[in-house]
Ligand binder design. Structure first.
Ligand code: 2P0
Length: 324
């Protein structure tokens, strides 16, 4: 038997300017540019072992062997790398998140970023981070951004790769995550954005408007201007959800708790604390604030959440056996 293994870790990222919808070109290319922060404090750890004795790929997620669509997506990414490496060996993939899976905390971003990194290393391929980001994008577009740490942009060009915008030490920003449930979301992002594209009367307006907001977010990040960033990030989140809400049937990721958390963030601002929310494809609320306000913000959100986590800009996907 010959086996080749590697283990990688990656963190989810939170989009400040949202990707929602795909262009009609091959390879899972976003219709809107996005800008994200890769978060410390939330981690996916993925081990990949290629083994000539395996008859098919095996995917163990959170301790449970998983088949169907998740396994098909894993196999598709591995097939691309197997073609590069000119091997037919199947792999055993073992992945664990230290946060809720498939609930709007971007587990597919960290999951496919860690998988791409670990599988590339296990196969002995030498792909640079830009090439790795393209591999991750084809599996899940937000995963392209988790290859890199800090503040990251992803465009809409053919065969897009994410690009670092600023390192994790660029800005002492905090993102307070208020998770409102540990359940999986009712509809996957992939399905929801396709339904939005094909049935929301607001879709074209969303795609036309998104680049300007992404520019605003990029400039605010570079200028470390929290108010400017927060206003643009809230607009991006609300417009994305407005577009999805208008699909047929409407896509409602929010719960009552989500709305209460939005209200709480707005009341914090009335008290003079610079706090701004963003919400991805799930009910959780993530709040941007200065490091000095993070504990105050967290205390205020805590009664409304099942779990709160104070996160900061973190590192990109990395192999555990590499010096960091
Ligand atoms: C984002 N989201 O920019 C947006 C905002 C969720 C809301 O990217 O179909 O899991 O695998 O490319 O990357 C979630 O979508 O979708 C996402 P696929 P993905 O972070």
């Amino acid at each position: 038997m010959s086996a080749r293994s590697s283990t990688s870790v990656a963190s989810p990222n939170i989009a400040l300017a949202k990707y929602w919808g795909k262009r009609g070109v091959p390879g899972n290319v976003p219709a809107t540019p996005s800008v994200s922060i890769t978060l410390s404090g939330l981690t996916t750890r993925t081990s990949v072992t290629f083994d000539d004795d395996l008859e098919h790929d095996v995917f163990v997620l959170g301790g449970n062997e998983t088949k169907g669509t998740p396994l098909e997506r894993v196999t598709k990414l591995l097939d691309e790398l197997r073609a590069h490496a000119e091997t037919r060996a199947r792999a055993r993939v073992v992945s664990d998140n230290d946060f809720p899976t498939a609930s709007g905390l971007a587990s597919s971003a960290s999951g496919f970023a860690a998988l791409a990194r670990a599988a590339t290393k296990a196969l002995g391929l030498s792909l640079d981070d830009v090439a790795l980001s393209r591999v991750a994008r084809r599996a899940s577009a937000s995963a392209a951004r988790s290859i890199f740490g800090g503040f990251v942009g992803l465009g809409t060009e053919d065969d897009a790769a994410a690009m670092p915008l600023a390192s994790s030490s660029h800005w002492e920003l905090r993102v307070v995550v208020a998770a409102v449930t540990t359940s999986a979301k009712p509809i996957s992002s992939t399905t929801a954005m396709e339904r939005t594209r094909t049935s929301s009367p607001y879709y074209e307006a969303w795609v036309a408007d998104a680049p300007e907001l992404a520019r605003e977010v990029r400039e605010a990040v570079l200028a470390r201007d929290l108010e400017r960033l927060g206003v643009a990030a809230e607009a991006s989140a609300l417009r994305m959800h407005a577009c999805a809400l208008a699909a047929g049937p409407g896509i409602v990721y929010w719960t009552g708790r989500t709305l209460e958390l939005i209200e709480t963030v707005r009341s914090l601002r009335k008290e003079g604390i610079a706090a701004y929310f963003t919400i991805d494809a799930g009910p959780h609320v993530k709040v941007l604030c200065d490091a000095r306000d993070a504990e105050t913000v967290e205390l205020k959100l805590r009664p409304l959440a099942v779990r709160t986590i104070i996160t900061r800009p973190g590192e990109g996907a990395r192999t555990m056996d590499e010096p960091s």
